[in-house]
Design a protein around this ligand. Structure first.
Ligand SMILES: [Zn+2]
Ligand SMILES: [Zn+2]
Length: 635
């Protein structure tokens, strides 16, 4: 695909970056430098850890390269000539491999600007001086070819825009994003914790974060009940055989969660013995299977001292569940079903575990254990359309309530040229038409994406744009013809014959962890009253009104308000600032006058100073605001 003018500009900037890097660090080995969605990067291999000071130096050197107004010159060469050039410039380490990637018969080209020459298919701007607005942003580790077995290189990220104004706007957005980062806010507002002793990618919800999650779950559950879902609970593990039937094992084997056991310590326990006979026998069995696995994997006949990730399910035939579907299927199939029972809609906040690479973990949005807002619908062929519409309507209600009104949907269809799809083509046509129709009912833009369907059915995903313009892919509504067949599900139709139901999987928010992470950033920590861990704070001006403050505290608690009393002896200004930093929606200031008139002086985060009002009236307003799940007023 040809580059857009902006991509061309950004990619040219990555050549300028590489030019500057080699001027300052001639020993650096270069890998690749493509444009990205919002800028560009270049991966370099250098024996020193680059610092922000280095970035500033590189950026200054880039300015010189741009001011030299170097033309980008293309040179097409044979494969042999290409290898020779690469050797001559001392860039064999990665560039020879990149040269080998170019398929036979395809043109091999270099681009030269000034003294710098790079293996590249193009395209570029004509002169370096076309680059007017650019900035280097950060340095991150990146494995060569994204493979953690390879060396980790240093990736320098930057961005470039056609104009300085656009660049300034982009930098402003990045700054806002930093302020809203859920990892930062999660820490500042004490919403969640990740502790190395528990494990990376495992979220510990603090009391404050748990309130947000519980309120969200209550809200979603209420909507599910309105839509005729039944809530179920299922355990965290299931037999390995279950996942063989479902096809999740070994299909998802690599991403399945399994504990890390050090074989050395295991061997030590076995040798030194253990007071508990049962434990001993168990460990022996485990060790035998482990040895088998490791030896199979490595082709060696002894267990090495290296840490291996044994398959947890082989420890005793159980697997931590990577999906909730098989458990729900077993609830469906636990009794005979008639067409009159359908659709059966089973919902669960179901916790699942998947083994993500540690480099991919990110706060709450990429984790190893998470609770899906999951549900499985079992329906007839004819019900697929209406059920899809119902699923989407539910998502719409929830997103609207949260003020996430800027979203689009993607309809994933099958690739017409591929034969990998399971199920009858006629049913596929019907299901795809149903997805398309369902997407239309939302009244938001949608795109059809051929080839994006799973092999077992078409799907719809939601892409939400937040207040600062970033897009978040949330969960999916997915039609499935595969699992009902694998588990041989059936219902008795009006014709008294058995029929195969269709399944719909839907976890529209993906997981509570990810969704809360997105919400923290969406609200920038300023949660609406119904979600705010602390809805109101009482701030007495002096000790003289303590009795009044205590009385209001009791009244507010009795009314179900999440309220605290700031009884520190600080000055009023300090107390108000603290409440502001902690983003409490309402701060209620109490002095002698308020005590006399049974009122409170209200400072609202969204509306500012609202002056005094009777306490009863305030309480009524706040409880109504929380009950209706109102959004904060815009200032
Ligand atoms: Zn290039
Ligand atoms: Zn499922």
């Amino acid at each position: 695909m040809p580059m857009t003018p902006l991509e061309e500009l950004r990619h040219s900037c990555s050549h300028v970056l590489a030019t500057a890097v080699l001027r300052l660090f001639p020993e650096a080995k270069l890998d690749i430098g493509p444009p990205t969605e919002t800028g560009f990067y270049y991966d370099i291999d250098i024996d020193r850890k680059l610092t922000t000071e280095d970035l500033a130096r590189i950026e200054a050197e880039m300015k010189k390269v741009i001011d030299e107004n170097q033309p980008f010159l293309r040179k097409e060469v044979s494969r042999e000539e290409a290898a020779e050039i690469i050797r001559k410039i001392g860039q064999e380490r990665y560039k020879l491999g990149r040269l080998a990637d170019i398929p036979a018969g395809e043109a091999i080209s270099f681009y030269q600007n000034g003294e710098f020459i790079d293996l590249c298919a193009g395209t570029h701007v004509r002169y370096t001086s076309k680059i007017k607005a650019y900035k280097l942003l950060s340095i991150a580790g990146a494995y060569h070819r994204g493979d953690e077995h390879n060396k980790q290189l240093q990736r320098i990220y930057g961005t470039a825009f056609a104009t300085r104004e656009e660049l300034a706007q982009h930098l402003e957005r990045l700054e806002q994003a930093k302020q809203r980062d859920h990892r930062k806010l999660g820490k500042d507002l004490k919403l969640f914790v990740i502790d190395d002793d528990v494990g990376q990618g495992l979220i510990l919800w603090t009391p404050a974060g748990s309130i947000i999650r519980q309120e969200l779950q209550n809200f979603i559950s209420e909507e599910l009940r309105k839509q005729g879902y039944s809530q179920v609970f299922t355990p965290h593990i299931g037999k390995l055989e279950l996942y063989k039937t479902s096809g999740h094992f070994p299909y998802y084997k690599e991403s399945q969660f399994s504990p890390v056991i050090e074989n050395e310590s295991l061997a030590r326990i076995l040798k030194e013995g253990c007071s508990c006979g049962e434990m001993m026998a168990r460990l022996e069995a485990v060790s035998g299977r482990l040895a088998e696995q490791v030896n199979q994997r490595t082709g060696k006949t002894t267990i090495g001292p290296e840490r291996v990730k044994p398959d947890a399910q082989l420890l005793d035939g159980f697997l931590l569940k990577p999906m909730n579907c098989p458990h729900h299927i077993k609830i469906f199939s636990s009794q005979p079903r008639s067409y009159r029972d359908l659709p059966v809609r089973l919902a669960e906040f179901g916790t699942v575990y998947r083994w993500e690479q540690s480099g991919e973990l990110n706060g709450m949005t990429r984790v190893r254990g998470f609770t899906q807002d999951d549900a499985h619908l079992f329906c007839t062929e004819e019900q697929v359309g209406p059920e899809m519409i119902g699923c989407l309507a539910l998502v719409k209600v929830i997103l609207t309530t949260l003020g996430m009104t800027d979203y689009r949907v993607r309809v994933g269809l099958r690739d017409p040229d591929s034969a990998k799809y399971t199920g009858d083509p006629e049913n596929w046509d019907k299901a795809e038409a149903a997805c398309r129709e369902a997407a239309k009912t939302l009244g938001v833009p949608f795109t059809e994406e051929p080839g994006e369907a799973a092999f077992y059915g078409p799907k719809i995903d939601f892409v939400v744009r937040d207040v600062i313009g970033r897009e978040w892919q949330l969960g999916t509504v997915q039609v499935d013809y595969n699992l009902p067949a694998r588990f041989d599900l059936s219902y008795i139709g009006a014709d008294n014959q058995p029929h195969r139901p269709v399944m719909i999987h839907r976890a529209p928010f993906g997981s509570m962890e990810r969704f809360c992470g997105v919400l923290i950033e969406h609200f920038g920590g300023d949660f609406p009253a119904w979600l705010a861990p602390e809805q109101a704070r009482l701030v007495p001006i002096s000790d003289k009104v303590n009795a009044y403050a205590e009385e209001l505290l009791a009244l507010a608690k009795a009314a179900g308000v999440r309220v605290t009393l700031d009884s520190h002896s600080d000055k009023l200004g300090a107390k108000i600032r603290r409440a502001e930093l902690e983003k409490v929606p309402y701060t209620l200031v109490l002095g002698g006058k308020e005590a006399e008139t049974r009122s409170v002086s209200v400072r609202s985060r969204s509306r500012g100073d609202e002056g005094a009002m009777p306490f009863d009236a305030f309480l009524e307003r706040l409880t109504a605001e929380a009950k209706t799940r109102a959004l904060p007023a815009k200032r």
